[in-house]
Design a protein around this ligand. Structure first.
Ligand code: UDP
Length: 234
């Protein structure tokens, strides 16, 4: 399968057309951004880590009955995926308080939550991806009621599968963001699942093993991404 013209270039990935209109090739970059693009940098080999890790995780999720865009890992940085229309929603699960949740509600990072929190953000860089609720989504016609039911069902199932998967690798899943797409009218998991999109803390030391090392200048950014991939491959 060959890459034809580039359809889209995002902050961390490029998407290419192929000779099959139903299939795209995603090419992962080393570029890193944070705080809605205010902080920019590169993390050497991040593209390789995120591409490989996403493929391994999407394959695992498929075995748990979650439909995903994954077709086939093509190379270190490239994956063949089903062409989808991305729903303009960031779906976030929080198992433990951290990041913007801690800031917004004034709770210490690391505080376990009495209930798993599912949050939506409206995917719009110009607006800074504002937090929205079900009514906002329906009022703005970002998804239908039926689609929202499926998105939530899949998201809770993904959380359960990921928590178990990561715990087995010595990693606690604090929170994560996923995106869904529409493919022939069906909702499927798209985008990526990687240290860019999950908060992962070492089970024993609580050390941050994710993009917070870049966001907060904690050091050992590249080696941490490599360590996460090495654990996931085991
Ligand atoms: N996240 C993401 N992309 C975004 C915003 C958040 O992948 O544009 C992920 C982030 O890595 C974390 C979770 O979603 O695992 C919750 O992020 P939060 O809302 O706390 O925002 P942040 O502190 O990252 O700005």
């Amino acid at each position: 399968m060959e890459k034809l013209e580039m359809l889209y270039e995002g902050k961390a990935k490029k998407v290419f057309r192929t000779d099959d209109p139903k299939l795209y090739i995603v090419d992962y970059k080393d570029d890193a951004t944070a705080f809605n693009g205010e902080k920019k940098g590169t993390i050497a080999a991040k593209g390789v880590v995120n591409n490989t890790m996403s493929a391994i995780i999407f394959e695992m999720l498929e075995t748990k009955g979650i439909p995903t865009h994954l077709v086939k890992l093509l190379s270190d940085r490239e994956t063949l995926v089903k062409a989808v229309t991305i729903l303009p929603l960031e779906v976030i699960i929080r198992n433990v308080a951290a990041g913007s949740f801690s800031k917004r509600y004034g709770v210490e990072e690391g505080r376990p939550l009495a209930k798993t929190v599912l949050e939506f953000s409206y995917k719009d860089d110009a607006l800074g991806d504002p937090l929205i609720n079900d009514d906002h989504i329906l009022a703005l016609e970002l998804a239908t009621e039926e689609q929202l039911v499926i998105v939530k069902k899949y998201t809770y199932a993904i959380n359960a599968a990921l928590q178990e998967f990561f715990l087995d690798k010595g990693l606690k899943l604090i929170d994560f963001k996923i995106e869904f797409g529409l493919c022939d009218g069906e909702i499927i998991l798209a985008d990526e699942i990687s240290p860019d999109t999950c908060r992962l803390w070492d089970v024993k030391t609580n050390e941050k093993m994710d993009k917070d090392r870049f966001r907060r200048d904690l050091g050992n950014v590249e080696s941490t991404y490599q360590e996460v991939l090495a654990r996931i491959k085991n």
